[in-house]
Design a protein around this ligand. Structure first.
Ligand SMILES: Nc1ncnc2c1ncn2[C@@H]1O[C@H](COP(=O)(O)OP(=O)(O)OP(=O)(O)O)[C@@H](O)[C@H]1O
Length: 470
């Protein structure tokens, strides 16, 4: 192709055009440089101003992120959940806008603040402020929003907040979560391959200590003991003993032993491991089962006297009638004692053992001793104080003119709380619907009847004795 530009523009024109192009190019380079410089300078200035503001800010901020998107792993989520549960109680009272989250294995929905909302808290005189923040995800995952709880507190209180308050939030959050947990009931199953625990169902027994018919003072003593036990992490660590405690509930049938176990589980929020001793095949299987009981659980062995190998075995051994017969394929008293002694719980929580029997006199003394059965509770016939609780539970009656007569009768006749409950329950639609007063009159009749029977039995026994004497 022929270059015709010099023909039209001449040599001078050409050199002017070269200068123009050079100027244009340098303008472009300059503007690019300016843009580059400005962007970096702006970034630097922003960073500097941010730093300056931060250094002037009298508060410190800590983030608790929702999940491990930042690579900090599952422990991060544990802290987030603990904060959320801890704050749920504060939120209910303070936050204007709340969200209810349904959480797996938790009975009630967990309330939390809505995004952008906050709640305040106070600890040892230090006021702190919590808020829930939501941020857009990073460039790789823009659609995924990132959430975190931001804790703001005064810089000068850093030691108290970091050193004490955060530990308090974690402990309290975990404790609240444990309290709200859906309890489970487990039972042992025997197979050809050995024995194992089977979750039968959710444990939803409604029994509570408030509704348990028992003298107030004894109830308070038991509640106090249980609460001290469940909060005994430091105590058991200090004295160097496994975190476990044994209860023996003894008394006639229908005096509330099973009801008390349910009340204990509900009070402590412990799962229940109901051990059917007669179904366990050997000492080795028993040991395996016991070792699989997690902390924060109640191990229940009901009617322990009904296991023939367990009751007063030492006496039998001394007489030599059982020792020779015993093989490895059965649970023995010494096997049970070893398992109880070897039961070990981690420092995360305790294990409560509860044994029940209708015949405490049949139990071997080795089983009854402290360390195995630390607290013996006699569940006995219904007294007037216990009756008052039942009347309140079943009839909603706290005072009545018939109470005087009932009190007198309770002094003279023996009736179990289960039998009293049976008389009072009729009003709640089970059986014929009687009024509260009718129920009390019926109870009086039953008590009078019992009194008569007991008097007759006594008279007969006396007559028998006199006859023998003659
Ligand atoms: N102390 C009590 N307080 C409240 N209710 C009770 C009490 N004792 C018994 N009851 C009532 O009687 C029923 C039977 O009681 P429970 O099964 O707890 O007795 P138990 O002592 O375990 O009997 P068993 O030795 O036969 O197993 C319960 O469902 C409960 O309604």
């Amino acid at each position: 192709m022929v270059n015709i530009l010099p023909f039209f523009m001449g040599q001078e024109g050409m050199s002017q055009m070269g200068v123009g192009m050079a100027i244009a190019a340098s303008m472009v380079v300059l503007s690019m440089f300016q843009q580059f410089l400005l962007t970096h300078l702006r970034g630097y200035i922003e960073w500097f101003i941010g730093k300056l503001f931060k250094s002037m800010d009298p508060n410190v901020k800590i983030r608790f992120t929702e999940d491990s998107m930042d690579g900090s792993g599952p422990r991060n989520h544990e802290a987030y959940s603990a904060v959320e549960t801890y704050l749920s109680a504060k939120c209910a009272a303070q936050a204007p806008s709340l969200k209810a989250n349904s959480v797996r294995d938790v009975r009630n929905p967990v309330l939390c603040v809505d995004v952008g909302e906050g709640v305040s808290d106070e600890f040892n005189g230090v006021k702190v402020w919590w808020s829930l923040v939501e941020e857009q995800g990073d460039s790789y995952c823009v659609s995924r929003k990132k959430r975190y709880y931001a804790l703001k507190f005064p810089k000068r209180k850093r030691d108290t907040v970091v050193g004490e308050y955060l530990g308090h939030v974690m402990d309290e959050g975990k404790a609240v979560a444990a309290r709200n947990r859906q309890l489970k009931l487990y039972s042992n199953t025997s197979t050809r391959d050995g024995d194992y625990w089977n979750c039968i169902r959710d444990f939803n027994h409604p029994a509570k200590f408030e509704t348990l018919a028992m003298e107030e003072e004894r109830k308070e003593d038991i509640i106090d003991d249980l609460i001290r036990f469940s909060a005994g992490r430091e105590y058991y660590r200090r004295i160097g003993k496994p975190w476990k405690r044994g209860y023996l509930l003894h008394g006639p049938p229908g005096t509330g032993k099973s009801t008390m176990i349910a009340a204990m589980a509900n009070l402590l929020s412990y799962d229940v491991y109901d051990l059917e001793l007669t179904a366990v095949q050997s000492n080795a299987d028993l040991k395996r089962l016991m070792n699989r009981i997690p902390c924060n659980s109640i191990l229940v062995i009901e009617d322990i006297d009904c296991s023939s190998e367990i009751t007063n075995q030492r006496e039998k051994n001394n007489q030599g009638d059982k020792g020779a017969r015993r093989t490895q394929e059965e649970v023995t008293l010494s096997g049970l004692l070893n398992c109880i002694d070897g039961l070990f719980s981690a420092s995360d929580g305790g294990i409560l053992m509860v044994f029940t029997t209708n015949h405490v006199e049949l139990l071997d003394k080795a089983l009854l001793r402290t360390g195995r059965m630390d607290k013996h509770i006699e569940m006995s016939y219904c007294g007037f104080e216990a009756f008052r609780i039942l009347a309140k539970n079943y009839l909603g009656i706290e005072e009545h003119e018939l109470f005087g007569r009932i009190e007198e009768l309770f002094k003279e006749s023996r009736i179990t709380p289960a039998d009293v409950a049976e008389e009072l329950i009729a009003r709640s639609g089970i059986g014929e619907d009687r009024g509260g007063e009718d129920c009390l009159n019926k109870l009086i009749q039953v008590l009078e009847e019992k009194q008569r029977e007991e008097a007759e039995a006594e008279a007969e026994a006396e007559a028998g004795e006199n006859g023998e004497c003659k």
